[in-house]
Design a protein around this ligand. Structure first.
Ligand code: PMP
Length: 352
């Protein structure tokens, strides 16, 4: 047998298809044709598989966009100590923490304790300094966003190199979707896309994608999808923020204020649709059972909205939406028969 050749003393240059670390692995997710939704409507309904991101959600993009923006401004310096502070429903905290780990920063992540156990466990697992708070209205100083801003201000006053990521107001969030998610959708459909719909937490995804797609085709329809308990549907329809009902979905909907990242895209948004939890759950369970695609609550809202939009527009259209995160992030809620029964919601037949 030949002796093994000596190991290379120097790493070979990266090939075009090799991702350069975590940052290079964020984005470029598949666009999946959703068979049943497409067949039921005579449209092509396509879901951007953001649940396949390294951190498991669409918010990896925002995490990368916000940290890279802070580095360009000199607020963080790669390899030197730095702290990223954020208030989040969980997914942005995961994206920020993974990118922070890759760059040598620490993260302090403030989350309401009502968010799914799976997200909180994941944050602890990856080393975030997790601070749980009670859910409070936005005007309350104890609200998770206000708490995170205060922590960042206190650290800055002590002379730490720290950023408050501020995903709701920081337009680096929408900008990364305008630079990546939107152009990816345009390229993946070869420009044959008639409409885009998704729900908004910060509005970063909707605004960024809307601006990118409208710049390429001003006739393309952009529709906000809203869960119950959120006032963004009425804001688009009437200009007034008015919320009714509630939802088990996480990370989407705003009851009282329009986030800066959503406001930034207002001129590109044509209409809004409201989706109930039972409508979203039907899509989540059917996607999982019949197409093997496991998604979380906001993706269910989005797919149900895409189907409603397809029925409004009629057959023959291509409609794109976002599959924001995966079902495994909500095993204790959306896939927990007890949790669902307590709320009078349908239970997936294979778990009943
Ligand atoms: N879905 C999930 C599960 C999320 O965590 C978020 C972000 N909070 C969104 C959707 C909404 O994304 P955006 O903040 O870009 O509006």
């Amino acid at each position: 047998m030949d002796a093994p050749s000596a190991p290379p003393t120097q790493a070979p240059p990266l090939q075009a298809h090799v991702a350069d670390g975590l940052a290079g692995a964020i984005g470029n997710t598949p666009l999946i044709r959703l068979r049943r939704a497409s067949e039921a409507t005579g449209c092509e309904i396509l879901g951007k598989a953001e649940f396949m991101q390294p951190g498991g959600s669409v918010k990896d993009r925002a995490g990368l966009g916000i940290i890279e923006d802070a580095e360009r401004r000199g607020q963080l310096v790669p390899g030197e100590p730095g702290i990223v502070v954020e208030g989040t429903a969980g997914n942005t905290g995961i994206g920020l923490t993974l990118v922070a780990n890759a760059r040598g920063y620490r993260s302090i992540i403030v989350v309401p304790h009502t968010q799914s156990r799976e997200k909180l466990d994941f944050l602890r697992m990856i080393g975030a300094d997790l601070r749980l708070v009670d859910p409070k209205p936005l005007r309350d100083p104890g609200h998770y966003v206000n708490t995170s801003r205060r922590i960042a201000e206190e650290l800055a006053a002590k002379g730490e190199r720290v950023i408050w990521a501020n995903q709701f107001g920081n337009l680096a969030n929408a900008a990364i979707h305008e630079a990546t998610t939107g152009p990816e959708i345009w390229a993946q459909t070869a420009g044959r896309v008639d409409a885009f719909t998704c729900a908004c937490g910060t509005g970063g995804t909707l605004t960024g994608v809307a601006r990118a797609l409208k710049a390429r085709n001003p006739k393309l329809r952009i529709v906000l999808a809203d869960p119950m308990g959120s006032g963004m549907y009425s804001w688009i329809k009437t200009g007034e923020v008015k919320a009714e009902g509630n939802s088990i979905t996480e990370g989407i909907g705003q009851a009282s204020a329009v986030p800066g990242n959503l406001e930034h895209g207002r001129d590109s948004i044509d209409d809004a649709l409201q989706v109930t939890d039972p409508e979203a759950l039907e899509q989540i369970f059917e996607l999982q059972q019949h197409e093997g695609i496991s998604v979380g609550g906001s993706a269910g809202i989005n797919v149900a909205a895409a189907i409603k939009l397809a029925r409004q527009m009629g057959p023959g259209h291509t409609i794109v939406t976002i599959l924001c995160d995966g079902g495994a992030r909500y095993q204790s809620k959306i896939f927990n028969p007890e949790f669902l029964r307590e709320r009078g919601l349908p239970v997936p037949p294979w778990l009943a």
